[in-house]
Design a protein around this ligand. Structure first.
Ligand code: NAG
Ligand code: NAG
Ligand code: NAG
Length: 699
């Protein structure tokens, strides 16, 4: 394909070439500079990005060739490293992550500042190689709040296989990796324009029989036991501290999204970078005794956010440089609405929640997981979707009643929504409706819930449990913010000016409360004096302990005077991928109220965590940049420069204190699931079957 494209193009160039010689000989020398020299034309003809331009599906090797043709721009490299490094001074976990305590001592041990210095001193064959090192370095934190995403590469082409995998437990208790029973249905619906390519890629007897692979047992992946591939992925996938959770990300799962029931392909069948070209499997198909080798190519589909390009230069110009919302704004002269519409804000694209406009994120604080892959819009096959949602259902929040007539289900795929009050009222109405229909027990399914509005997490807790010392004024965690030198200067500036637009800033004292839950006055310098600590041998400084900010303003519809379900009649279930505000909800429900947690799936013998990456409040470079610009500190040596590439750096801005161990962060506490529900061919990726199985075993 590359060769056939190159030839005609080269001929066109040759024509242009002779024309340019004519022009050159006629026109003056000054014009000569504007005409490409023969050498430049030759190298453009060799440009591997030309071969993938204008195509929807390409070979991953062709995408890689394009990416690897970009040399490192030393100025841009310095800029990226400066932005990441200086933004990390606002990330509360940096020093903790050098060596996490048990149970995560084997999972989190990355000195990211040292690694950035190593990267600065390393020479890379291409800008893509630099990106992989940077991206993986941040991912080694296993913290989905603190990731580096470069839209030039991450998910600009998404690499797919039509055979998502699942991990099933057989009747005898043994576990097998299988091609998902629904694999062909999902793939043929999602890739109708490309399924034939895969059908034709299968060898002789299997040609055109992709469907027959659904449900097949996978005995080897690239000549090694499947667990080797699962564990190799767990090392680079990032996002969650818990090993079990990262292992599970290899496999497919479901998610209730705002638009409907979605299917997450998992890291085996979907890569945000063109890492692999093909996979060789040894499979045993259903109804067959003899295992067969099958080789299936990965194929890269162009990402929906990529702007059309014709060659390497235009790919970079249109997709790799900073966009309008990459950097922050000076609120003295610009409004946050400049960072609209939502679909053009790189930060919002990375957040694993229904899009929430930047202004709304200021008003209703969020804590949310970020990922280089945008939210999935692959559809869960209809026969696996729960039917007839009940009154109160809205976007990612859906209510169902099981046939037993007493088990209500709240599916909550996110704690975010386009409207804060809309979600809040939907939760109240939906739960009241379930009760009016006779529900006496409740399953809360938070599978793949990446978090969202912090105060909705506390509101839901308060609704379910009722008023008591753990829920009034609210059910969250106290937090601390990092108090680095520049953060201290920001607060000092705000406090001294005491007016203007500063009340829109994150660091404004009136946004926060002290540990007795008393709101700071506009002139209270809440970062003074900083609390100085030594973490993993490094000196660090934090704010005083902060109380909670949800009540009463955020609870726009007051919750009822009594809890809606007794704690022992509530169970929280997920695949462990419950992050951020979802963690805040699950942890406080579990630790304060004794509500039981269940994780479905996962490798036997590996402790499943019912949630991960707690954080406290997440934010990112562009938000911090607005704080810096608005307080006139952009010229400070500690201020990150404006980012020149199409990137996003997330951080944890406030870190929650532990519940059982109040001085340590909840981030580093163990969150073992009370029950691990093994997945079978009948229950995998089938929410209703999971809820029914759970109800049988649990209540
Ligand atoms: C749904 O709930 C709303 C608000 O409580 C109510 O007005 C409406 O009648 C209900 N609809 C059904 C079908 O129950
Ligand atoms: C919070 O502020 C109030 C009012 O200034 C004060 O009385 C209280 O002691 C403060 N609490 C803490 C923990 O600092
Ligand atoms: C930063 O420094 C430049 C050059 O000295 C100056 O033009 C600019 O106004 C300064 N900006 C701020 C926010 O102080």
């Amino acid at each position: 394909m590359v060769a056939s494209l190159r030839l005609p193009r080269f001929q066109t160039l040759r024509t242009m070439l002779s024309l340019s010689w004519v022009l050159v000989s006629i026109l003056s020398l000054s014009l000569q500079g504007a005409v490409a020299s023969p050498v430049e034309l030759e190298s453009r003809a060799e440009d591997p990005c030309v071969a993938i331009a204008g195509q929807k599906w390409v070979a991953p090797s062709a995408v890689r060739a394009c990416f690897k043709s970009f040399k490192v721009d030393e100025a841009a490299k310095t800029n990226i490293l400066d932005v990441i490094g200086k933004t990390l001074a606002f990330h509360a976990s940096t020093n903790y992550q050098i060596q996490a305590p048990p149970p995560f001592h084997n999972d989190v041990h990355e000195d990211v500042i040292k690694s950035l210095a190593r990267i600065r001193a390393t020479r890379y064959a291409s800008d893509y190689d630099l990106h992989i090192d940077l991206s993986r370095t941040l991912k080694r934190l296993n913290d989905g709040h603190c990731v580096w995403i470069n839209r030039c590469y991450d998910s600009s082409f998404i690499n797919y296989l039509p055979i998502p995998l699942v991990l099933l437990t057989e009747k005898d208790g043994s576990q097998t990796v299988r091609i998902a029973p629904e694999a062909f249905k999902v793939a043929s619906a999602e890739f109708p324009d490309h399924i034939d390519f895969w059908q034709n890629s299968l060898k002789e007897s299997l040609k055109g029989k992709l469907e027959s692979l659904s449900g097949a047992k996978v005995l080897l992946i690239n000549s090694r036991p499947p667990n080797v591939a699962v564990d190799a992925n767990a090392k680079i996938t990032g996002s969650y501290q818990g090993l079990g959770t990262r292992q599970n990300s290899f496999f497919s799962s479901y998610q209730r999204a705002a638009s409907g029931w979605n299917y997450l392909m998992g890291n085996f069948a979907q890569q945000s970078l063109p890492l692999d070209d093909e996979v060789k499997l040894l499979v045993q198909r259903e109804g067959h005794l003899i295992p067969e080798f099958v080789t299936i190519p990965y194929r890269a589909r162009i990402g929906s956010a990529i702007n059309a390009f014709t060659d390497g230069a235009s790919f970079r110009a249109k997709n790799c440089v900073a966009v309008r919302a990459t950097n922050g704004v000076d609120l003295n002269t610009e409004s946050l609405s400049r960072l609209a519409p939502v679909e053009e804000v790189p930060l919002i694209e990375a957040q694993q929640q229904p899009p929430v406009p930047v202004e709304v994120q200021r008003k209703h604080l969020i804590n949310v997981f970020m990922d280089g892959t945008p939210l999935s819009n692959v559809v869960l096959p209809e026969e696996l979707q729960p039917l007839s949602p009940l009154n109160g259902s809205r976007n990612a929040a859906q209510f169902h009643m099981l046939p037993d007539g007493k088990t209500g289900v709240l599916v909550l795929g996110s704690f975010s929504d386009s409207s804060f009050d809309g979600l809040l009222n939907s939760l109240l109405n939906g739960l009241l409706n379930l009760k009016s229909l006779g529900a006496t027990q409740l399953v809360v399914d938070v599978t793949n819930n990446g978090g969202g509005f912090i105060c909705i997490a506390h509101y839901l807790h308060r609704l379910l449990i009722g008023p008591k010392d753990t829920t009034v004024p609210q059910a969250g965690l106290d937090t601390k913010a990092r108090a680095g030198p520049l953060a201290q200067l920001i607060v000092k500036t705000i406090v001294e000016r005491d007016g203007g637009v500063d009340d829109q800033l994150l660091y404004h004292p009136a946004n926060w409360r002290n540990a007795s839950n008393v709101v700071f006055g506009g002139k209270d310098n809440w970062l003074q004096p900083p609390v100085e600590v030594t973490i993993n041998g490094n000196k660090d400084a934090f704010s005083q302990r902060l109380g909670q900010e949800c009540q009463p303003e955020s609870f726009t519809t007051p919750p009822p005077d009594k809890g809606l379900f007794p704690p022992d009649k509530i169970v929280i279930v997920s695949n462990g991928r419950c992050a951020s505000s979802c963690s805040l909800f699950s942890i406080t429900m579990s630790k304060h109220e004794g509500v039981k947690t269940v994780v479905v799936g996962g490798r036997r013998g590996v402790q499943q965590q019912y949630c991960g990456i707690v954080g406290g409040q997440s934010t990112d470079y562009s938000t911090i940049d607005t704080e810096i610009k608005t307080t006139g500190l952009k010229n400070h040596t500690l201020a990150p420069p404006d980012l020149v590439v199409n990137g996003v750096q997330g951080i944890t801005w406030r870190l929650g204190f532990g519940i059982h161990n109040p001085e340590a962060g909840e981030e580093w506490e163990d969150h073992p699931a009370d029950l691990n529900l093994p997945l079978t061919a009948q229950t995998v990726n089938n929410p209703v079957a999971i809820w029914e199985e759970l109800t049988k075993r649990f209540f």
